[in-house]
Design a protein around this ligand. Structure first.
Ligand code: IPM
Ligand code: MN
Length: 353
C-alpha cells in the first residue's frame, strides 16, 4: 500500500527518536512491499522560534494531506518561562484538537527482560499488560480558564459533556472486547460533579457491552492499585488529566517512560502517534534517548491508521527480541552494564525485524 506520513520531530530528543521510528517504517515498507512517504513539518518550540507559533498553518496543511502523523516531543528549557504568551505544549494540544483525536491509547506492558531491574518486585510485574484509554480533547486541559494576568487568582475548569464521555467509553469497551474483557473507569466521583457525570455515563455505555466487566476506581485509589495489583488491570479509561498522570506512573511498570508508545485517534483512520515521554532536554542531542516508545508508536500507526496488523506485530516482536537479547539504552540498562546509543539500540531492533 501507499501511505503519506507527516513527521513532526519537535524538540529535544524528539528528533533522535523519530529518526529511528522512520528507519523502522522504511524497513517495514521495503520488506512488505509498501510505499511510505515522509514529509517533515514544524511543531513546538522549534516552530515558535521559526514562525512565532507552536503550530504553524503549514503544519496543519501538510498533516491534513497525510494518512498519519508521527510526532516526537515538544518543549525544553528555552521555552519554559511560565509567563511566555506562546508555549510549545500549545502546539500539541492544538493539533490533537484540530484533528478531533479524542482517544489516546497508551498500552503498558511489563517486558520479562526488564522485570528484574524494575523498581517494583518482579513477581508483581508478571502478566502486566494494560491499555490506558485517555480522553484527549476535553476536561481541564480545554475548559474555561483565567490566566493570572494582574489578578491574584487563576483557574482552570474541568468540564465534560455526556457525548464526550460516551465516545471515549465506547472506545474503551470495544478495546476490552478484543482483550481480557475488563474495564476500570477512573474518576473522582466522590468529590467532583464532572466525575459523577463521567461515572454515570460510563455505567450507561456499559449496558451495550454485557460481555465486559466494569469496575469504577477512584483516581487516588487507582494510583495505589497500579503498584499493588498492576496485573489485574486490562483497559483503564480516564479523563484527560487523570490519564496523563496515571500513565506516567504506570510507565514504571514497563521499566522506563521511554518504553511507552501512544496512538491518538478520532472518528476517522487518521491518527497521531507519539511516545508518551517528553523532550528530555537534559539528554537531548547526546544519542542517549530510548527510541522504543517512538518505534512502538510507529507500530501502532501501522495497526490503526494503515490497517497493517502483521507489520505492526512484526515491529513489536522485533522490539521484544532485541530486549530479550539484552539490548538496552541508558534508562533501562542496570547499573554497571553497557548501554547502547540510540542508533545502536535501534539497529538491534532492525536486525530482528
Ligand atoms: C503528554 C504530555 C502532554 C500532555 C503535554 C506535553 C502537553 O505530558 O502527552 O502526556 O499533558 O498531554
Ligand atoms: Mn504526560
Amino acid at each position: 500500500m501507499k501511505a503519506k506520513i507527516t513527521v513532526l520531530p519537535g524538540d529535544g530528543i524528539g528528533v533522535e527518536v523519530t529518526t529511528q521510528a522512520i528507519a523502522i517504517l522504511q524497513a517495514v515498507a521495503s520488506k512488505y512491499g509498501h510505499e511510505f512517504s515522509f514529509e517533515e513539518a514544524l511543531i513546538g518550540g522549534i516552530a515558535i522560534d521559526k514562525t512565532g507559533t507552536a503550530l504553524p498553518p503549514e503544519t496543519i496543511t501538510t498533516a491534513e494531506a497525510s494518512d498519519a502523523i508521527l510526532l516526537g516531543a515538544v518543549g525544553g528549557y528555552k521555552w519554559d518561562n511560565p509567563s511566555a504568551p506562546v508555549r510549545p505544549e500549545q502546539g500539541l494540544l492544538a493539533i490533537r484538537k484540530h484533528f478531533g483525536l479524542f482517544a489516546n491509547l497508551r498500552p503498558v506492558k511489563a517486558y520479562p527482560a526488564l522485570a528484574s531491574y524494575a523498581p517494583l518486585r518482579a513477581e508483581l510485574l508478571e502478566g502486566v499488560d494494560m491499555l490506558f484509554v485517555r480522553e484527549l480533547t476535553g476536561g481541564i486541559y480545554f475548559g474555561a480558564r483565567q490566566e493570572q494576568g494582574d489578578n491574584d487568582y487563576a483557574y482552570d475548569t474541568e468540564y465534560y459533556s455526556v457525548p464526550e464521555v460516551e465516545r471515549v467509553a465506547h472506545i474503551a469497551f470495544r478495546a476490552a472486547q478484543g482483550r481480557r474483557k475488563k474495564v476500570a473507569s477512573v474518576d473522582k466521583a466522590n468529590v467532583l460533579a464532572s466525575m459523577r457525570l463521567w461515572r454515570k455515563t460510563v455505567t450507561r455505555v456499559h449496558d451495550d457491552y454485557p460481555d465486559v466487566a466494569l469496575e469504577h476506581v477512584l483516581v487516588d485509589s487507582c494510583a495505589m492499585h497500579l503498584l499493588t495489583r498492576p496485573a489485574s488491570f486490562d483497559v483503564l479509561v480516564a479523563s484527560n488529566m487523570f490519564g496523563d498522570i496515571l500513565s506516567d506512573e504506570a510507565s514504571v511498570l514497563a521499566g522506563s517512560l521511554g518504553m511507552l508508545p501512544s496512538a491518538s485517534l478520532g472518528s476517522s483512520r487518521m491518527g497521531l502517534y507519539e511516545p508518551v515521554h517528553g523532550s528530555a532536554p537534559d539528554i537531548a542531542g547526546q544519542g542517549k534517548a530510548n527510541p522504543t516508545g517512538a518505534i512502538l508508536s510507529a507500530a501502532m500507526m501501522l495497526r490503526y491508521s494503515l490497517d497493517l496488523e502483521a507489520e505492526a506485530k512484526a515491529v513489536e516482536t522485533a522490539v521484544e527480541k532485541a530486549l530479550a537479547n539484552g539490548a538496552r539504552t541508558g534508562d533501562t540498562a542496570p547499573r554497571g552494564t553497557k548501554a547502547l546509543s540510540t542508533t545502536e539500540y535501534a539497529a538491534e531492533i532492525m536486525n530482528n525485524l
